[in-house]
Design a protein around this ligand. Structure first.
Ligand code: FAD
Length: 466
């Protein structure tokens, strides 16, 4: 039988998800299609990478996924990892403001208060800052807008202090971007809707957030990881995908449209003919593969920031001033170069470190300080140790350090992002039928968002080929 070929380009979580669910549909419905996944590097998983060393589980990229967005949990269960799902420890988290650690006020959602008291008594803000933030209760709605920056939107409602001391450091932890450049509509469109419907964001959140049960126990976990690290999801997927589907060390350099198919020009000089394609690659790779189409030029307007992280392993006795909590984020008005630190052995007490050991994971790299990523390993460890010692008193050098650099790896959803992606998607439907985008450059950066996009691409491919 002459089977139609489906090519998936990129073996990160979006591409692997597409390959897995396509294979499942093809087998269940006995469809006459064949799948091939091309991955440029020598391993699949993309940003998801775990280092297992001396009993530690060290994440080089993401360490968890949101439970609330169900697709990642569903996929983990599908591939047999239900028993390995582990919830995060829910200890106190902190924020570093004016060179001091402060408790994160309880009842905040991405830094926006849902309860007034914890903010009123928080040491993070001055009286003036608190009064300005209370403006949210009385200020009118902003003008209707197609898009605006997160910074502009939140500064208008709450003033600069709440934004800079709380919202910005929390959001930069996710997007590694500049809050005054990041798109509201591509990241948190629900905040815009809340303002339209309730005017005050605080009141809107109070009305719409699920009510917390007033129990005494620990607060509920929001994240899952996997016992042996998130890479085990990648490994399980790879194992389930039939032999011969995944081609590693084969980059796709260019895509040409022919009469009844697409020709993929591969890095090894060969040509692969496909009837439908899922582009699960970062935006700049997608732009290069389709460079003859001017509508992908919009991708040149997109940026990607570089970040690094360093995991430092210690004996717990080396940490003299051990703080009870799971970690902290750093606001910009500090003399710190790290942007956050997770006390990994406390966030993941069951999995991250062996008994009696501590694993601290520091993050570096922010707009205007991306150069830090290019420093040597020794320099990065020294920066992290110097910053940690301002608050923690660590007497020994780490037993070992694992440093990971992610160059140009965090796609930036700047103002207008959603419209740009919608436009490119429309143009692709006209000029390149059967070719679909999926992954973190496009419609959501978190692991569940990438999985959702992989699954959505599967349905589009199947509808197109029918
Ligand atoms: P990628 O993982 O980037 O995969 C793309 C793949 O395409 C790569 O393997 C690449 O080699 C391949 N490729 C590129 N060009 C070509 C080509 N021409 N031909 C063939 N293959 C090609 N998300 C969370 O939900 N929770 C977290 O805790 C979290 N933390 C993070 C921490 C860090 C340090 C980073 C960097 C990201 C984090 N994220 C987190 C985000 C999340 O990990 C990523 O958005 C997601 O894994 C990206 O998946 P992807 O499939 O879209 O792309």
């Amino acid at each position: 039988m002459n089977r139609k070929q489906i090519a998936i380009i990129g073996g990160g979580i979006a591409g692997l998800t597409a390959a897995y669910y396509l294979q499942k549909e093809i087998e269940e419905k006995q469809l006459p299609y064949q799948v091939k996944l091309f991955e440029a590097s020598n391993q699949v998983g993309g940003k998801i990478r775990t280092e297992r060393k001396n009993g530690y589980v060290i994440e080089r990229g993401p360490d968890s996924f949101l439970i609330r967005k169900e697709s990642a949990t569903r996929l983990a269960k599908e591939v047999g990892l239900e028993q390995d799902l582990v919830k995060n420890g829910t200890g106190q988290s902190y924020i570093l403001v004016n060179n001091k650690l402060h408790k994160m006020p309880s009842g905040s959602f991405m830094g926006i208060p849902t309860e007034v008291r914890p903010f009123l008594f928080s040491s993070i803000f001055s009286v003036k800052g608190k009064l300005r933030a209370a403006g949210d209760f009385v200020l009118p709605k902003g003008p209707e807008a197609t898009d605006q920056s997160l910074g502009k939107f939140f500064r208008r409602r709450f003033g600069d202090e709440l934004v800079e001391n709380l919202v910005e450091p929390l959001l930069s932890g996710i997007y590694a971007g500049d809050i005054d450049d990041l798109s509201l509509m591509a990241t948190f469109p629900n905040f815009y809707q809340l303002e339209r419907e309730h005017t005050s964001l605080v009141k809107g959140l109070q009305k719409t957030m699920p009510k917390k049960k007033k129990t005494k126990g620990p607060k509920p976990s929001m994240f899952y990881t996997l016992r042996n690290g998130l890479q085990s999801l990648v490994e399980a997927l790879e194992e389930k995908i039939n032999a011969g589907v995944i081609e590693k060390n084969v980059a796709v350099d260019h895509i040409e449209k022919k009469e009844n198919s697409y020709h993929l020009l591969l890095g090894n000089g060969e040509v692969f003919k496909a009837h439908s394609i899922v582009l699960a690659t970062p935006f700049f790779a997608t732009q290069r593969m389709l460079s003859q189409y001017s509508f992908v030029d919009d991708f040149k307007k997109m940026g990607a920031t570089s970040v690094a992280n360093v995991a430092l392993a210690f004996d717990q006795t080396a940490i003299k001033n051990d703080i009870d909590g799971t970690g902290f984020v750093v606001s910009r008005n500090n003399d710190y170069r790290i942007t956050a630190c997770t006390w990994t052995h406390k966030k993941w007490p069951e999995t991250a470190a062996p008994e009696g050991k501590a694993l601290l994971r520091c993050y570096l790299g922010r707009p205007l300080d991306e150069g830090v990523v290019d420093l040597s390993d020794e320099e990065i460890v020294a920066i992290a140790m110097k910053d940690l010692n301002k608050i923690m008193n660590i007497t020994d050098q780490p037993e070992f350090a694992v440093i990971t650099r992610w160059k140009d790896s965090m796609p930036q959803y700047s103002v207008g992002h959603k419209e740009r992606i919608d436009l490119i998607t429309d143009e692709m439907a006209r000029h390149l039928p059967g070719v679909y985008l999926a992954g973190s450059s496009y419609r959501g950066i978190g692991i569940p968002d990438c999985i959702d996009q992989g699954e959505a691409a599967v349905q589009k491919v199947l509808t197109y080929l029918k």
